[in-house]
Design a binder for this molecule. Structure first.
Ligand code: ZN
Length: 343
C-alpha cells in the first residue's frame, strides 16, 4: 500500500515538473521522512510486549515493577548511545518520597525516578524540546496486575522509537538544531507528580523549554471512532502558541494524514483532559504543549489493558506525527512563540 503510493506520487511529480525541479528534489531529500520510517509497528510491539508484561508488575510508583521499567528505559538509551540529560550514566532524576507524600496518602509512596535522556542540538543547544510520557501505572491491586499497555506503555515505547529515529539522524550528521529531552515521568497515576517535580526542579531552565509534546495513550481506539480508527485527540495545541497549532496541522497534512479530533480541546468539555496529564505542569509555566490521546475505552484503568489489544499500525502512525512535529519544532529557523502566554 505505502510503496504503491510513493511510486505513484513520484511519477506524477516527475511528469509535471521540469528536470531541474526533479534534480532539486533529489538534492533536498526529506530527512524527516527518512528517519520517521524507522519508527515501526514491529519494534513498538517488541518493546511493549516486554514493557507491559506481567514481569513489570504494573509499574507502580516506587515499587519493584517501576524499578524494572526504569532499568529497561535506561538500558535502551545506553544501547542506542543516547546520552543522559544529567550526565554520565545517571539517567534517573530522583523524585524523593518526601515530595511524593506531600499530600497525605493511605499508603505512603517510596522514592521514585523520572528517566531523562537527551540529544544535544547542533545549532541552538540551549533551547529544549521536551517529549514526555509517564512511565508508571497502577501496579497490582487485589492480586491483579494492571499492565497499562495503552496507559501509558504506548506513549513510553513511542518515545523510545522517536528517540531512536532522532539518534539515527544525529549519527548521520542530520541531528536536530535544538536539543531534545526524552522525559519519562513517574507518579502520573498518583496525581501528575513526576512531571510536577520535573517542572519545579527542571534540569534545563523552563524559560528555555520550547514546548512539551506529551503522549498519554495512543495505541487504542474509543467508541466514538470505532468505524474510522485513523484519528487522535489533540488537546491544548492552540492554548498557548498559535504557531505550534498551525505547524502541527501542516505537518499532519504533509506526513501522517490523521483525523485530528479537537473534541476534548473544548474548554467546556466536562472531562477536562487538558488538566489530567503531565503536559499540564508545563502549560502552567506557559510552555506550549500538545497532548496526544486516543480517548478512553473499556480497558481503561483495568487489568485488561494488555499489549495484545494495541493496534500497532495506529500506534506507529501516531508516533510518527509526534516525531515529525518535534522535528519541525526543533529544526525551524525561529523558536515557536507562546503568543497566548498568560502573564
Ligand atoms: Zn496515563
Amino acid at each position: 500500500m505505502k510503496k504503491i503510493f510513493f511510486i505513484a506520487s513520484a511519477i506524477v511529480f516527475s511528469a509535471c515538473g521540469t528536470n531541474k525541479n526533479v534534480a532539486e528534489v533529489a538534492n533536498t531529500e526529506d530527512h524527516a521522512a527518512k528517519y520517521a520510517a524507522t519508527i515501526t509497528a514491529k519494534e513498538l510491539g517488541t518493546h511493549l510486549f516486554t514493557y507491559a508484561s506481567d514481569e513489570f508488575e504494573g509499574r507502580n510508583t516506587g515499587e519493584p515493577g517501576q524499578k524494572k521499567a526504569i532499568a529497561y528505559l535506561k538500558d535502551f538509551y545506553i544501547s542506542q548511545g543516547i546520552a543522559s540529560a544529567i550526565g554520565g550514566d545517571d539517567y534517573f532524576q530522583e523524585v524523593p518520597a518526601e515530595f511524593l507524600n506531600k499530600r497525605k496518602r493511605q499508603e505512603p509512596l517510596k522514592d521514585s525516578e523520572n528517566v531523562v535522556a537527551f540529544i544535544k542540538g547542533t545549532e541552538k543547544p540551549n533551547e529544549i524540546v521536551v517529549i514526555s510520557a509517564h512511565l508508571d501505572h497502577e501496579g497490582i491491586k487485589n492480586g491483579k496486575i494492571y499492565n497499562g499497555a495503552d496507559d501509558d506503555g504506548s506513549g513510553t515505547v513511542a518515545i523510545l522509537e522517536i528517540a531512536q529515529a532522532f539518534q539515527m539522524a544525529t549519527k548521520a550528521g542530520k541531528g536536530p538544531k535544538r536539543s531534545i529531552l526524552f522525559l519519562h515521568v513517574t507518579g502520573e497515576e498518583k496525581g501528575l507528580l513526576g512531571s510536577q517535580y520535573y517542572t519545579e526542579n527542571p534540569i534545563f531552565p523552563i524559560a528555555n523549554t520550547v514546548c512539551d509534546l506529551n503522549i498519554d495513550m495512543i495505541g487504542r481506539t474509543d467508541e466514538r471512532h470505532k468505524s474510522d480508527p485513523n484519528y487522535v485527540y489533540l488537546i491544548g495545541s492552540d492554548k498557548l502558541s498559535t504557531e505550534l497549532h498551525k505547524l502541527s496541522e501542516e505537518i499532519n497534512k504533509k506526513y501522517t494524514n490523521i483525523n485530528l479530533d479537537y473534541k476534548y480541546n473544548d474548554e467546556n468539555d466536562p472531562n477536562r483532559f487538558y488538566y489530567r496529564s503531565d503536559h499540564y505542569n508545563f502549560a502552567k509555566f506557559n510552555v506550549p504543549i500538545i497532548f496526544y490521546f486516543n480517548g478512553t475505552h473499556v480497558d481503561y484503568h483495568k487489568p485488561t489493558d494488555t499489549p495484545d489489544k494495541i493496534n500497532y499500525e495506529l500506534l506507529e502512525n501516531r508516533a510518527k506525527l509526534v516525531f515529525h512535529t518535534a522535528w519541525q519544532v526543533a529544526n525551524r529557523e525561529n523558536r515557536i512563540v507562546a503568543d497566548k502566554a498568560i502573564k
